[in-house]
Ligand binder design. Structure first.
Ligand SMILES: Nc1ncnc2c1ncn2[C@@H]1O[C@H](COP(=O)(O)OP(=O)(O)O)[C@@H](O)[C@H]1O
Length: 284
């Protein structure tokens, strides 16, 4: 832990040094009339002097990776998922690999020190390639991680994606990745009926094209038992994080209304990015 503190307090933590800029969250995130916003809301002015520094929160299976990845393409910033960094480390069979596989396969969290180290290396490598800004997915997961992040940089916006609990297990169990192209798919058919005033939710599967079909793999930690453990741990640790960002006026809560076709335009609207795609192609 001492090492994290030392690293976090040093100006080169995350490799960005003093390239982090200060921003005023209050100025850039006024509340929004969107029916999907219940918290601080978000009004996003496209930053003129630097790229966005956003965080995506949400339960396993909610779709953080999908939406964070789409936004990263739209905004030209890296999408950095700490779960991917952990899986890369696992696949590398390096010294950490055995230790990590035991933790991950039980649905438990990797230590703050290891995860900060992996993230720090990823950001340094990105900086060397000229990357700036980021959309973090899966980090922070603990208050300690949030404090470390807050010590070294300003986060502009924290998007908290939500889906009913019943849907999350099915979505995790339906996840597939093409081992060749790396694209993610989902074979689950979700059809949850509305009750007690809550709207129903239906999502079509996101099926792979024929050339990926024979190359699909399932994550080792996407078994029912491990998914349930991950959901339990997420629910235990997420509340203080949500409170922390809510109290800073940075939290935007977003109830996903369905699958990607319904949710993506609504999310862009909530982020005030609905005309951004058009503007980008006009100046290209
Ligand atoms: N910020 C983090 N802190 C601790 N452990 C993490 C973090 N991010 C990822 N992990 C580890 O990697 C695993 C997979 O992460 P991720 O792909 O984000 O899965 P999930 O679908 O559970 O959100 C987690 O179960 C955990 O063991």
């Amino acid at each position: 832990m001492a090492r994290i503190v030392r690293v976090a307090r040093s100006s080169s933590f995350f490799g960005y040094g003093n390239r982090f800029y200060s921003t005023s969250a209050e100025a850039s995130h006024a509340s929004s009339p969107s029916p999907f916003l219940h918290g601080g809301g978000a009004r996003r002015d496209v930053a003129k002097d630097r790229n966005v520094q956003w965080v995506f929160l949400g339960c396993p299976g909610v779709g953080k990776g999908t939406y964070a990845s789409r936004l990263s393409t739209l905004l030209g910033v890296p999408h950095i998922a700490t779960g991917d960094l952990v899986r890369e480390e696992l696949a590398s069979s390096g010294p950490l690999s055995q230790k990590l596989s035991e933790i991950v396969n039980q649905g438990k969290l990797v230590s703050d020190e290891i995860i900060v180290d992996l993230l720090s290396k990823r950001l340094e490598a990105g900086e060397a390639k000229g990357e700036s800004g980021f959309i973090l997915d899966g980090f922070p997961r603990t208050m300690r991680q949030a404090e470390i992040l807050g010590d070294v940089t300003d986060i502009d916006l924290v998007v908290n994606l939500k889906l009913p609990e019943e849907v999350l297990v099915d979505k995790c169990l339906g996840r597939r990745t093409c081992s060749q192209c790396g694209k993610g798919f989902n074979i689950a058919h979700i059809n949850l009926k509305g009750e007690n005033g809550k709207p129903g939710i239906s999502m079509d599967p996101l099926l792979p094209p024929p050339h990926c079909m024979s190359k699909l793999i399932t994550r080792a930690d996407d078994t029912e038992e491990v998914v349930k453990a991950r959901l339990r741990i997420y629910n235990e640790t997420s509340q203080p994080l949500e409170e922390y960002y809510r109290s800073k006026g940075k939290l935007m809560e977003f109830d996903l209304p369905g699958g990607i076709p319904e949710s993506w335009p609504r999310l862009l609207e909530a982020l005030r990015l609905d005309d951004y795609e058009e503007k980008q192609s006009a100046v290209a």
